[in-house]
Every structure is written in structure tokens, then in C-alpha cells.
Design a protein around this ligand. Structure first.
Ligand code: HEC
Length: 118
């Protein structure tokens, strides 16, 4: 029994090591707050409000979006957000969102944090 328990722990450990870290993601988000607000009900001025962004359609708040993002017809599921944040101009040429998060782990943590903003 003891052996099985140890083997099970050994199998679980790598999964835990790759789990997304919401607190670390919140720290990454500090580079976004220069432009983006996450305050409920507050209209975005320099950039769209990102509260509830995970799962919503691109360019769907009252913000004055670029034509490019409006025409993108994207939905911000986690995978699409990840592609966008890795290289915004590559997924949506002409978007005015120019900040990229190229580090895969940081980006995963950031998106996990964004998903908590309901
Ligand atoms: C220099 C200002 C600025 C910074 C910093 C910035 N953004 Fe943006 N972001 C924008 C603008 C402007 C748009 C609207 C783009 C458009 O209309 O093409 C945008 C759009 C977005 C969108 C699409 C939102 C929607 O409603 O469709 C997401 C998601 C996003 N940004 C995430 C981030 C994240 C995450 C960070 C931090 C890593 C970040 N942004 C940093 C200016 C910024």
C-alpha cells in the first residue's frame, strides 16, 4: 500500500508543478493596468475593461476598438487569449493592443488570473 501511495504522489507531482498560479498571474497583470481597468462597471478609457474577458467576444464592450479587432470575430476562450497575448499583431494585424507576454508560463498564469475576474 505504501509503495502505491508513493507512486501515486510521484505521478501527481509534475501536474502540480505545472498548475497555473493565479497570484503570479496577478503580478504579471500589473504591466497591463497602465491601460486596462478591471473595475466592475467602469468603462475603459485607454483600453477596454478586462473584467469578464475570458469567454466573451472580442471587441464587445463599449470601448472604441480598432476596426481590426472588431472585424476579428474572435471569442476570448483561454486558447485564443493565449495566442493573442503571445503576439497580438500576429493574430489580429492592425490591433492597437501591442503588449505581448511571450513567456509561456507567465502567460498561462496571467490568463488563469483573468479567468477569476468575473
Ligand atoms: C499601452 C496600453 C495597453 C497595455 C499596457 C495593454 N493593453 Fe491590452 N489593449 C489595449 C488597447 C488599446 C486594446 C484595444 C485594441 C483594439 O481595439 O485593437 C487592448 C485590447 C486588449 C484585449 C482585447 C479586449 C476585448 O475587449 O476584446 C485583451 C484581452 C487585452 N488587451 C489584454 C491585455 C493584457 C493581458 C495586458 C497586459 C499583459 C494588456 N492588454 C496590456 C491597450 C493596452
Amino acid at each position: 500500500m505504501k509503495m502505491i501511495a508513493i507512486a501515486a504522489l510521484a505521478l501527481l507531482a509534475p501536474v502540480a508543478a505545472h498548475a497555473e498560479d493565479v497570484a503570479a498571474g496577478e503580478a504579471v497583470f500589473h504591466q497591463c493596468t497602465a491601460c486596462h481597468t478591471i473595475k466592475a462597471g467602469q468603462p475603459g478609457v485607454a483600453a477596454p475593461n478586462l473584467r469578464g474577458v475570458v469567454g466573451r467576444k472580442a471587441a464587445s464592450t463599449g470601448f472604441a476598438y480598432s476596426t481590426a479587432l472588431k472585424a476579428s470575430k474572435l471569442t476570448w476562450d483561454k486558447a485564443t487569449l493565449s495566442t493573442f497575448l503571445k503576439a497580438p499583431q500576429k493574430l489580429v494585424p492592425g490591433t492597437r493592443m501591442v503588449i505581448a507576454v511571450t513567456d509561456d508560463a507567465k502567460r498561462a498564469n496571467l490568463i488563469a488570473y483573468l479567468a477569476t475576474l468575473k
